[in-house]
Design a protein around this ligand. Structure first.
Ligand code: ADP
Length: 140
């Protein structure tokens, strides 16, 4: 399987509860390497641009407000099949449906405040990584 990179975000509900280290441990235990990471405060406009694919969804406003409510940790994870592996470690969007041992099953508070974001395909991973990081910041 090819080595891939994927964009991960530790969301405000998790940074607020000091869960960054516990969530990073889950990634590392799964064989995902954190090759770039920074803690930033998104503006509502930046959150809106990042999630523009959801602009027509009823939860879009709430999602953008939440993502800009407190700092997030944006990171690039690298490993074999990293995009799918990260989605597996994250668990289903709604924590009620997330498999045992996944980040969302253990830490998410609700379907909206669900602790992590992860890219869903190679094209979106490339776009999302470029949204937050320059090539110089990616140290494999
Ligand atoms: P995922 O993050 O698992 O890829 P989606 O792409 O479907 O899920 O949704 C993006 C984000 O929008 C979710 O992680 C969650 O924060 C929020 N969201 C999705 N569905 C809902 C919903 N029904 N109500 C509130 N927020 C939602």
């Amino acid at each position: 399987m090819a080595v891939e990179r994927t964009l991960s975000i530790i969301k405000p509900d998790a940074t607020r509860r000091n869960l960054t280290g516990k969530i990073n441990a889950k990634f590392e235990e799964a064989g995902l390497r954190i090759v770039a990471q920074k803690r930033i405060q998104l503006t509502p406009a930046q959150a809106g641009e990042f999630y523009k694919v959801h602009a027509e969804r009823p939860f879009y406003g709430e999602l953008c407000e939440f993502m800009a409510s407190e700092p997030v940790v944006v990171q690039v994870l690298e490993g074999e099949g990293a995009i799918a592996k990260n989605r597996e470690v994250m668990g289903a969007t709604n924590p009620a449906d997330a498999a045992e041992g996944t980040i969302r099953a253990e830490f998410a508070e609700s379907v909206g405040e669900n602790s992590v974001h992860g890219s869903d395909a190679p094209e979106t991973a490339a776009e999302e990584i470029a949204y937050f990081f320059s090539g110089l910041e990616l140290v494999g």
